[in-house]
Design a protein around this ligand. Structure first.
Ligand code: SAH
Ligand code: MG
Length: 222
């Protein structure tokens, strides 16, 4: 694809994304930014799995450029692998009084520093509780939440019906080879393809991009 400087991430926001704590490689973050730019004119972009806001900056940058809103959902208590004793634990993110993970304060500071508080709306709660209340068609859904099978499956089943036709389902941490990482994100990716409602349009690193071709919440045949 030819390099189009109009599509490049604004330099100030790229610096904020680079500085943010989190699990989003730059190349994949730039892909999120490009996809969100293309989709935000059609409706909101929703992210499951905020953590400290690294990916939210790539998405929010797109909203600053083209307008629209990014919603990011997280209970901010961390996934299994973020808990004490696990591989991705960061002791600086533990609330001393409660002895629980709390990424919300770091997220808020990160987002404020980036100047994206208007564009990015944080919803604090368990993904399934929030999706059960959701009624708004989404232009893009980015699933990057809990990696346990129950969470990944519920994220897919709870949120993907709200993705409009032509909308993009973007899944992170998809590892076809089990030696590279856990299965559940890969399993929901396979499930989406097997449904016949989605077709794969792009892949980069562990990101898979699927487009809904039929079967959104307003579709009478669903
Ligand atoms: N997108 C982030 C990384 C997300 S890590 C980045 O760019 O760095 C996964 C996040 O999902 C964690 O913050 C964890 O708290 C959250 N999470 C896990 N299970 C969840 C659930 N069931 N409901 C809401 N959030 C959940
Ligand atoms: Mg991830």
């Amino acid at each position: 694809m030819p390099h189009d400087t109009d599509q490049a991430m604004p330099a100030d926001l790229l610096a904020h994304a680079r500085a943010a704590k989190g699990f989003m490689p730059e190349e994949e973050g730039l892909l999120l930014h490009r996809l969100a730019r293309a989709r935000l004119p059609y409706g909101p972009v929703l992210e499951v799995g905020t953590y400290c806001g690294k990916s939210a900056i790539y998405l929010g940058a797109a909203a600053r450029e083209v307008g629209g809103t990014v919603v990011t959902v997280d209970h901010h208590r961390g996934s299994e692998e973020n808990q004490a004793g696990w591989e991705h634990h960061d002791p600086s993110l533990v609330d001393a009084e409660l002895g629980l993970m709390d990424t919300l304060p770091v997220f808020r500071a990160t987002l404020a520093r980036a100047g994206l508080e208007e564009q990015v709306v944080a919803v604090v709660g368990a993904s399934t509780r929030v999706s059960a209340l959701w009624r708004t068609p989404l232009a893009m859904l980015f699933i990057d939440g809990g990696h346990a099978e129950v969470h990944a499956t519920h994220d897919y089943l709870g949120w993907s019906p709200w993705l409009m036709t032509e909308g993009l389902l973007v899944i992170h941490d998809v590892f076809p080879d089990p030696a590279d990482g856990g299965r559940p994100p890969y399993l929901i990716y396979l499930r989406a393809l097997a449904s016949g409602d989605f077709t794969e349009v792009e892949a980069l690193g562990s990101v898979r991009v699927l487009r809904r071709v039929r079967g959104d919440a307003g579709d009478p045949v669903r």
